[in-house]
Design a protein around this ligand. Structure first.
Ligand code: DC
Length: 215
C-alpha cells in the first residue's frame, strides 16, 4: 500500500502551517513543516559567521541538519526569513533535503507543507492543496504574529517583506513556488483558521479515505 501523502503548498503566511497541523491530527499522520529545514540551514550559516548567499556554506550546512536544530527559538523573524529564502534558492541545498523529505513521508505517510511539495517532493501525493491569500491579508497575519511575540513592526513594512519574499520564491529557477497542475486551490483571504480547515476538508473529501477523527 502506498503511503497517504497530503501536500500543502503556498506563499508565506497563507495559513499552511495551522492547516497542516490540523489535517495531520485529523488523519493521524505526522507533519513536516519543510520551511523549517531552510530556516535551520540559514541559521547554521549565520551561526558560523557565514553569508546565507554563499552557496558552498549553505550546502555544507544542509548536510549536517540534526533534530535539535528544529527546536531552536530563533528560527522565526525577519533575519531568519531572509536567510531561509536565500539558501532555499540553491539547487544544491534543495537536493540535499530531498531524501530527508521523501523519507519522512514514505515511512508512515505524512502531511508536508512548503513550496514544492506537490510539484517536486511528492508529485504523486494522494492530495495536494495550494493555499493562498491576498498579500495584504498575509502581511496582517505576519504582523499580528510578530505583535503576539512582542516584536515591534510596521504593518506596511511587514507586508512589503511578505511580497518581496513571495516574489523571490516564485521567480527562482530552483523549484519555484507554483501550484501543481492537480492541486486544489484554497484562498484563505476571507477565512479564519477554522473556516480554512473546514473548506480544506470539503476539498479533500473526494481524494482521501475516511479520517480517523471527526472535525
Ligand atoms: O514556509 P516558511 O516561511 O517557513 O519558509 C521559509 C523559506 O523557505 C521561504 O523563503 C520559502 C522557502 N521554502 C522553500 O523554498 N521550499 C519549501 N518546501 C519550504 C520553504
Amino acid at each position: 500500500m502506498t503511503a497517504l501523502i497530503i501536500a500543502i503548498d503556498g506563499p508565506a503566511a497563507a495559513g499552511k502551517g495551522t492547516l497542516a497541523r490540523r489535517l495531520a491530527a485529523r488523519y493521524g499522520l505526522p507533519h513536516l513543516d519543510t520551511g523549517l529545514l531552510y530556516r535551520v540551514i540559514g541559521r547554521r550559516v549565520l551561526d558560523l559567521g557565514g553569508d546565507p548567499a554563499d552557496v558552498a556554506a549553505a550546502e555544507a550546512a544542509a548536510r549536517v541538519i540534526a533534530p535539535e536544530d528544529f527546536i531552536r527559538a530563533d528560527l522565526r523573524g525577519p533575519v531568519a526569513d531572509e536567510a531561509a529564502s536565500r539558501v532555499a534558492a540553491y539547487p544544491a541545498v534543495r537536493a540535499a533535503l530531498l531524501d530527508y523529505q521523501r523519507g519522512f513521508g514514505a515511512a508512515r505517510g505524512a502531511v508536508l507543507d512548503g513550496r514544492d511539495i506537490g510539484t517536486v517532493i511528492f508529485p504523486n501525493a494522494t492530495a495536494k492543496l495550494f493555499v493562498t491569500a491576498s498579500a495584504e491579508a498575509r502581511g496582517l497575519r505576519r504582523w499580528r504574529e510578530l505583535k503576539a511575540r512582542e516584536i515591534d513592526a510596521d504593518l506596511e513594512e511587514v507586508t512589503a517583506e511578505v511580497r518581496a519574499r513571495d516574489a523571490a520564491d516564485a521567480v527562482r529557477a530552483a523549484s519555484p513556488l507554483r501550484p501543481a497542475e492537480d492541486a486544489l486551490l484554497l484562498d484563505t483571504t476571507l477565512l479564519d483558521a477554522e473556516g480554512a480547515y473546514l473548506r480544506a476538508l470539503d476539498l479533500l473529501a473526494e481524494k482521501l479515505p475516511s479520517p480517523i477523527r471527526s472535525p
